[in-house]
Ligand binder design. Structure first.
Ligand SMILES: Cc1cc2nc3c(=O)[nH]c(=O)nc-3n(C[C@H](O)[C@H](O)[C@H](O)COP(=O)(O)O)c2cc1C
Length: 180
């Protein structure tokens, strides 16, 4: 059965390496008949969670009026959440952290997302430097009871477009295609 997939692209760099991973994933996912919603999280205005607990008593609504409000409706009825992101300072970029923190409101009204995946790129040649970033993703998935459908990890890419020709792009496409 076709799914509704949210792809959260978490880099501020338009057309960069994680964006190309997202494009390939989306190509596969759409070919497989899924509905895909792409969110430009990396360039959005998203503030951190204020821990005000407004959402506890307002059916999961967040009191903050920023770009997150445009994302909530699609997050509320999505099946799959895919992160396409660079690594920043050995973890996820601040933009992605804020996006995740602001999903805390789902304690007031749970999201429907049951599956997730990670498309991660970074500069370091040593792949183990991404352990914390990958661990953060896995811990979040476990907490939210989301099945991990796949992890595409691409190292040794720094400059915009350096990922061209990397097998990770084909992997991302195949992962998208496998969802139905
Ligand atoms: C603020 C910042 C922090 C970064 N930190 C790391 C890091 O800790 N480890 C690493 O390997 N690459 C790091 N990078 C490099 C990016 O992960 C790499 O250039 C990535 O391919 C960028 O993806 P994008 O083109 O989608 O933005 C950093 C880049 C920036 C701008």
């Amino acid at each position: 059965m076709p799914k509704k997939i949210v792809v959260a692209h978490c880099s501020p760099r338009a057309g960069g390496n994680s964006s190309m991973l997202a494009d390939e994933f989306i190509r596969g996912a759409e070919e497989a008949g899924n509905e895909v919603v792409r969110m430009d999280v990396g360039r959005a205005d998203i503030h951190g969670c204020k821990a005000c607990e407004y959402c506890f008593t307002h059916e999961g609504a967040c009191v903050q009026q920023d770009d997150m409000q445009t994302f909530y409706p699609d997050l509320q009825d999505a099946d799959v959440l895919v992160y396409a992101t660079p690594m920043y300072c050995y973890n996820m970029p601040a933009q992605m952290r804020a996006f995740e923190d602001r999903m805390f409101c789902q304690v007031g009204k749970p999201f429907t997302i049951t599956q997730t995946a990670l498309l991660l790129c970074f500069e370091d040649k040593d792949i183990t430097t991404a352990d914390a970033a990958i661990g953060t993703f896995r811990q979040g998935a476990q907490f939210c009871k989301r099945e991990i459908l796949g992890e595409v990890i691409v190292n040794n890419v720094y400059a915009k477009g350096a990922i061209a020709g990397n097998p990770g792009l084909e992997e991302a496409y195949r992962l998208g295609l496998s969802i139905s």
